[in-house]
Ligand binder design. Structure first.
Ligand SMILES: [Zn+2]
Length: 255
């Protein structure tokens, strides 16, 4: 058993007894961790009410060597999630981020860049000046890229043929990317994407923040939301619980 320290986001809190809770966190150093927090529900305990959903904390825990649950010993609050927006979609978006981090990652499989992306996404959802829909879409696609699930957008995933320049492209959910005309027949779970939507997917996963100011038409917003929802459900093997609360991405100035 060793004592570890980590910076972490609280993904899930399940009451375990009158004073304790089982808490799932996504840490920068270790990836996902689940542990028992004794006294978590006591206001003056070692956690000082830091273990709220989506809080960012400095965590100390005892890592068990077997399959036993790790023991959380201390958590100091760094930042509680708050949103300045009165629009509930920002809060639901943050819950969706927690759900995806929990479902897309494994225990003790660290992805520090994904942790940083999640922190940045929660910051943006905390602001009322940017549409939650586009922030979520960028989180989903970038998280998929970081975890090796990003769909191929330029070359056919089956044969490698370049398909840049086509007005509409077939996107195979099971294949994990775009399909050329020769490879498409017979494939199941295929959606059709416009050239603009494909370009948007590429913009959203680029480093930098060009996506914040790029104008997005309503038609493409619906198309992108639909395709990413289907692809995410496909990757997870089921529809994420919070997905139906996620709004359409819209131009950046809208909340
Ligand atoms: Zn092909």
């Amino acid at each position: 058993m060793s004592t570890e320290k980590a910076e972490a986001l609280v993904l899930r809190v399940i009451d375990f007894s009158e004073t304790s809770a089982v808490v799932t966190l996504f840490s920068r150093e270790f990836g996902k961790i689940a542990g028992l927090a004794k006294g978590a529900r006591r206001p003056k305990g070692p956690f000082e009410s830091a273990l709220d959903l989506l809080s960012r904390v400095r965590l100390v825990f005892l890592r068990k060597s077997s399959d036993a649950l790790d023991l959380l010993t201390e958590a100091k609050l760094e930042k509680r999630f708050r949103t300045a927006s009165r629009d509930l979609s920002h809060l639901y978006g943050a819950y969706y981020v927690a759900e995806l981090l929990n479902e897309l990652t494994h225990d003790f499989d660290p992805h520090p860049e994904l942790f940083d992306l999640a922190v940045d996404t929660l910051e943006k959802l905390g602001s009322a000046s940017i549409s939650s829909g586009i922030v979520i879409l960028r989180f989903e696609l970038t998280a998929l890229r970081m975890l090796g699930h990003l769909p191929s957008t330029r070359e056919c995933v089956e044969c490698g043929k370049s398909i840049a320049g086509e007005r509409r492209t077939a996107f195979g959910l099971s294949s994990g990317g775009v399909l050329c005309e020769a490879c498409r027949p017979g494939k199941r779970h295929v959606v059709s994407l416009s050239k603009e939507a494909v370009t948007w997917i590429e913009t959203l996963v680029e480093p930098g923040e060009a996506w914040i100011t790029k104008p997005l038409e309503r038609r493409q917003a619906g198309e992108l939301r639909g395709a990413v929802s289907q692809y995410m459900s496909h990757v997870l093997g089921h529809k994420p619980r919070m997905l139906e609360y996620i709004g359409l991405p819209s131009a950046s100035a809208l909340a």
